[in-house]
Design a protein around this ligand. Structure first.
Ligand SMILES: [Zn+2]
Ligand SMILES: [Zn+2]
Ligand SMILES: [Zn+2]
Length: 502
């Protein structure tokens, strides 16, 4: 096998390992519509919004709001959605970049500079960066003209510096929102999304005080109104992400209003970054969603330990989840003990989840029944198992002998399939990492043995099939390049290799 001109691929940190850049496993997205209310009024309100507001894509008309036993409403599919189809498009009231992303991305559209180009710096504050004058102009009109003069001083102030990242994001979002709510002169009036945001249910325990802000508010009425809006931040705002790596926070009232949470969601959120406007959110179907079925998204990562998930949903969103995964994990939680996966367990796990590399992959498109999971596999739901496996895979795949990571990579894929619903993005991204690891294992071998080399290639192809299927369903999102491009690139390398050995 001639590997002389082959490429060693850069593997990414596994999300559930300490190597991951983004350690906030919670907040893949967060939104909430729980509480009592008058369903009929709510339906009317959103129905009129859907008719009149151009912020919503036409696909969102294929949803209706029905009453729900615990939450105010549920968004129900009016038609069947196929995997990968866009269920709804939502535009933000406002968004802001995480502190670490400043200067790396445009402050309006959140794109990275193209073709190694540079972003334009705002000469007023020297603290905002844009793709071009178009992005700058849109941001200027929306809010920046009101905060540019005080921005640099504000972010250097002790009051701001001492805040947590979450509070910094809230402070910036609220400041920008403030400018939009109390506009002067020529600003376009955008009442509907704000009205929807104000109709959302506040946090169970809203913050008592406003965060430090960029704009001065003298009127008590204005302060009260902002306090009212701020009380909806914690349980409604979203974390923006590109291929599961977060880069900012944003307020998307329509999505908050429509979608309830499930730990076995049938839909997921992606962000579309287009020049000249803030990122729009797209809610896509992960599997076939039948007409009249509720559409749910995850507010927290379903692979978080059950106790952490339950706490987060309770404290932040004020409800106890009754999804099939929580139901199952609640029942088995008292029986779990911390121990390593035994070889038999590992084999059993691979068989149960059909992660058998010698047979062609079957794509799972229907929801698994957790009650069918045999008791011998229950111990895999202990909170220590997933992080330990992810850590082991990640450190080995980044180490000098990537081959040693393959064993854990396969078990991790199987564990993800056990926990996550069909086509969950994390499964696809992990399959890609495992494919790259198999390829790197091939390249890092000291001697060539054609039978084993062939096995590694076949393994990479097997993983790529899973990655292509799932990443394809999630579709184009976030930053340019990314997994879809990497999958094509690795496929090309493998095909080239196969043609030289044929
Ligand atoms: Zn831009
Ligand atoms: Zn500025
Ligand atoms: Zn749940």
């Amino acid at each position: 096998m001639d590997l002389s001109d082959s490429v060693l691929l850069v593997t990414q940190a596994t999300r559930h390992s300490r190597f991951a850049r983004d350690l906030t496993l919670v907040h893949l997205s967060k939104t909430r519509v729980y509480a009592s209310g008058t369903p009929s009024c709510a339906v009317l309100q959103v129905a009129s919004f859907l008719r009149t507001n151009s912020w919503i894509g036409p696909d969102s008309l294929n949803l209706r709001l029905d009453p729900h036993a615990i939450s105010r409403n549920k968004a129900v599919a009016k038609i069947e959605f196929t995997p990968g189809s866009v269920i709804a498009v939502a535009q933000p009231l406002t968004t802001a970049l995480l502190p670490v992303e400043k200067e790396q991305r445009c402050d309006l559209c959140h794109n990275r500079p193209q073709h190694n180009g540079r972003l334009l710096k705002c000469t007023g504050c020297a603290s905002h960066w844009y793709c071009d004058v178009q992005c700058q102009g849109v941001a200027w009109k929306a809010h920046h003209r009101k905060i540019c003069g005080s921005y640099s001083r504000f972010i250097a102030s002790p009051a701001y510096v001492s805040l947590s990242v979450q509070d910094k994001m809230d402070s910036l979002l609220l400041s920008q929102l403030c400018v939009e709510i109390f506009p002067s002169d020529h600003l376009p009036h955008r009442p509907s999304p704000l009205a929807i945001f104000e109709s959302l249910i506040p946090s169970k325990s809203p913050p008592q005080q406003l965060p430090p802000m960029l704009v001065r508010l003298n009127s008590p009425d204005a302060r009260n109104r902002l306090q009212d809006l701020y009380s909806r931040f914690g349980n409604n705002n979203f974390v923006l992400h590109s291929h599961l790596v977060s880069f900012g926070h944003g307020i998307y009232p329509l999505a908050s209003r429509l979608f309830n949470h499930s730990c076995v969601p049938n839909a997921a959120v992606r962000y579309s970054l287009m020049r000249g406007r803030p990122p729009s959110m797209e809610v896509i179907a992960l599997r076939t969603i039948a007409a009249d079925e509720e559409v749910c998204i995850p507010y927290v990562d379903p692979a978080l330990p059950f106790g952490d998930r339950e706490r987060a949903l309770n404290i932040i969103y004020g409800f106890s989840c009754s999804c099939p995964l929580c139901h199952f994990q609640r029942a088995i939680a008292p029986l779990l003990s911390d121990r390593d996966i035994s070889p038999q367990n590992r084999q059993h796990l691979l068989e149960f989840t059909q992660c058998l590399t010698h047979v062609s992959h079957t794509h799972q498109d229907t929801l698994q029944d957790f009650s069918e999971i045999p008791a011998s596999l229950h111990s895999l739901f202990h909170p220590s198992v997933l992080p330990r496996l992810a850590e082991s895979f990640s450190s080995k795949s980044h180490g000098p002998a990537p081959e040693s990571a393959l064993h854990d990579g396969l078990a991790l894929l199987a564990l993800y399939r056990l926990i996550y619903p069909p086509n969950y993005p994390q499964i696809g991204l992990h399959a890609l990492e495992a494919a790259k690891t198999a390829w790197n294992a091939l390249l890092s071998k000291e001697s060539r043995e054609s039978a084993y080399d062939k096995q590694l290639l076949e393994l990479a192809i097997w993983y790529l099939g899973i990655a292509r299927h799932i990443v394809g369903i999630v579709g184009k999102e976030g930053d340019a390049g990314g997994p879809l491009v990497e999958i094509d690139f690795l496929s090309e390398l493998i095909n080239k290799e196969l043609s030289t050995t044929a």
